[in-house]
Design a protein around this ligand. Structure first.
Ligand SMILES: NC(=O)c1ccc[n+]([C@@H]2O[C@H](COP(=O)([O-])OP(=O)(O)OC[C@H]3O[C@@H](n4cnc5c(N)ncnc54)[C@H](OP(=O)(O)O)[C@@H]3O)[C@@H](O)[C@H]2O)c1
Length: 274
């Protein structure tokens, strides 16, 4: 029997988040009735599966607008993590005002995307937090070449969450970022759990996954999500999907039991050998 989605405290943000949420890069950058209806069906499925944590960004084209419209009338059932991605403070303010309008006047986690002009945007976001438009503030980066700067921002005490890539092929955060997040009590959102889909192109067969079946793992995407979430320093993984069926499958990986070291090594071996 499928259990209920586990929820974790997103570090010192104070937010209580489902361990599986959803990203919107590429998948929600759509226009037109039919495509937007498709996105809404994915949101329906996420909410039904308890995976109501949604990540977006103005960098993702139409995604913030489409996500906001998909939550019309049910914004309260979702946690929204979006981003500011702008060189100037003025453009950042414009993005933030637009996103607040899409998301019913509040954003749960507002992140500085790729650390672009982070000091300026943190000033604005702190002001928004004081006005109770934003609950928590974070920062994201996808590239290990920026992790020194990310660590500096983490130590600066102005953010309470980070968003970084973590999967069996991208483990650079294990060196400094995850230990530091734990030490500082920061929330950790995991982007790119499937390496932008790259880890799914040649999935292992059922025989390879058989040792994981007793842990409730039926599919390769579920094995990858459980691999991430078995590290308690990771609080929520945000796979992107355009498919309601895939959303159901991903949400079903959000309950215990989690993997022990030996099972994690098995998944990492399968991921890196293909
Ligand atoms: N801040 C940053 O710098 C940054 C950078 C990258 C990403 N992100 C965030 O992280 C999110 C996730 O990363 P991502 O979108 O790059 O890649 P990802 O989640 O690692 O992979 C997405 C791909 O996996 C496929 N997929 C998802 N679930 C599946 C399933 N159960 N079975 C088969 N295929 C499945 C999707 O295709 P289908 O549509 O066919 O399901 C999609 O092509 C983004 O959407 C974004 O919100 C942030």
């Amino acid at each position: 029997m499928m259990g209920a989605m586990e929820r974790r405290r997103l570090g010192s943000t104070g937010l209580d988040v489902p361990v599986v949420g959803m990203g919107t890069w590429a998948t929600f950058d759509v226009r037109g009735r039919e495509a937007e209806w498709g996105a809404r069906r994915v949101v329906d499925t996420a909410l039904e599966g308890g995976a109501g944590f949604f990540d977006s960004s103005p960098m993702y084209g139409e995604a913030e607008r489409v996500l906001g419209a998909s939550l019309d009338g049910r914004r309260d059932r979702a946690l929204i993590a979006t981003k500011v991605w702008a060189r100037s403070s003025a453009e950042g303010r414009h993005q933030i005002d637009r996103a607040l309008a899409y998301f019913g006047g509040r954003v749960d986690l507002y992140q500085v995307h790729n650390l672009v002009s982070w000091a300026e945007h943190l000033d604005t976001l702190e002001e928004m937090r004081d006005r109770e438009r934003v609950a928590a503030i974070g920062a994201t980066h996808y590239s290990p070449s920026a992790f020194d700067e990310l660590a500096e921002v983490m130590r600066g005490g102005r953010i309470t969450a980070i968003q970084v890539p973590y999967n069996p092929r991208e483990r650079q955060v294990e060196r400094e970022i995850l230990p530091l997040a734990e030490e500082l009590g920061l929330g950790v959102v995991v982007m790119r759990p499937f390496a932008e889909g790259g880890l799914l192109s040649r999935p292992p067969d059922d025989r390879d996954l058989a040792p994981l079946r007793d842990l409730g793992i039926r599919t390769w995407p579920q094995a990858l999500l459980k691999w991430i979430l078995s590290d308690p320093r990771c609080h929520v993984a945000i796979p992107a999907t355009s498919s309601p069926e895939h959303m159901v499958e991903n949400a079903a990986a959000g309950d215990p039991p989690w993997l022990e070291a030996e099972e994690r090594a098995l998944v990492a071996g399968l991921a890196t050998s293909r």
